[in-house]
Design a protein around this ligand. Sequence first.
Ligand code: TRP
Length: 450
Amino acid sequence: MAQQKSFSSNLGAIMAAVGSAVGLGNIWRFPYICGKYGGGAFLAVYLCFVFLLGSVLMMSEFVIGRRAQHTPVKAFQTLYPKNKAWGLVGLLGIVTSFFILSQYLVISGWTTGYVWNSVSGALAALGTDSAAISAFFIQFSTSPWTPVLFLAIFAVIVLIVILGGVQKGIENVSKVLMPVLVVLVLVLCVRSLTLPGAGKGVEYLFSPDFSKLTGEGVLAALGQALFSLSVGMGVMLVYGSYIPVKDNIFKTAMWITVCDTLIAILAGVAIFPAVFSCGFEPTGGPGLVFLVLPNVFNTMGAAGVVFASLFFLLLMVAAITSAISLLEALTAWFCEHTGARRWAGALLFFVVTTALGVVFSLSMGSLSHIKITGLTLFDFVDKMNSIYLPPLCALGTIIFFGWVMPEEDIKDEMSNHGTLRIGYYGLFRFLARYVAPLALLVVLVTGIIS
Ligand code: TRP
């Protein structure tokens, strides 16, 4: 069995997985989905999914990955050689990662564009006129070439980092920059909370009105929980294979889950008070963050330009680390199966996902007439990436974990070969065997029907 490369310390493993988990999902996607599906009630359901399902799935993926020391497809086949078909669960994860990367590139392109627009002063020139800021965003995101240009710039940066072999460098830099991003979000929270009428936003986020919750909203909460934690796509499984033998899988997964969730909630606190104060709608859709934040920055006077530039730059760095890890997972899988060179694999997926990304980007403007099941291509792929593919892959993973993989292997792996006491094991096993698969099944079926 090939021993994969491993992280040097528990902190290294945690930081790398946090780097994968924290990204546009927390700061761009969480506020817009939360706003779309009713605020506080959505948050409550989201938190249940994160802790009862997401963290359990993350632990399962870590156990499978560290036990098998392989990429997703081979990992399942190694742990249960009697039926190679379980590899399909891993394949589903790979397909999911592929589509997520294509979609991710679009929003990363927007972020890159907003770095430019902040630095150039174009955003500051709009002042606090909400209508002008909205018009600017619509003009930007629906114009045929500008978003594509920025998407291409972003994608090339990612490719250079991967082919240049400076990933480790980027990861080290991002370990320093990500805490800075969190500090910036905290400052934004303070600014947003002190805007006139901010209280309404706080209420919207924290006092749940369950009458606003729909079946689709519950499914969206599940999808957001999986998307944000990067589970249900085999990526955490790959990270699991890098976790050192002496590390505590339970603690590692809990740390990542808590950090990721706190950052999403902070993003919510930074956005919603401003949404109400500046007269936007919480249901503003994928552009929400790009509409609301410039308004907040522009209330900060001259400092706002510096702030906005720094914020979008750091968000772009967060997106780069996530995009790298997605491309890395695809490349690792492809090369393990075909024996192709790393650079060839990376280049292949780079070209295909960028091309798809361009199509998704155009689907908000010049190709918006193309609809699948009534949705634009972007909205369609967003749905696939959150509420269909990851829950399905998660269901396969958790059934494998709870019912197929030998239990001695799980106990042995979670207790680090008997050296750790695992007092929580009973509860964990119960969640993994009964609660998680049932919840996934019920939510998937009812969500699809409604
Ligand atoms: N969790 C990431 C975010 O919140 C998005 C994501 C989903 C991701 N799956 C991934 C990132 C796999 C890296 C690898 O932005």
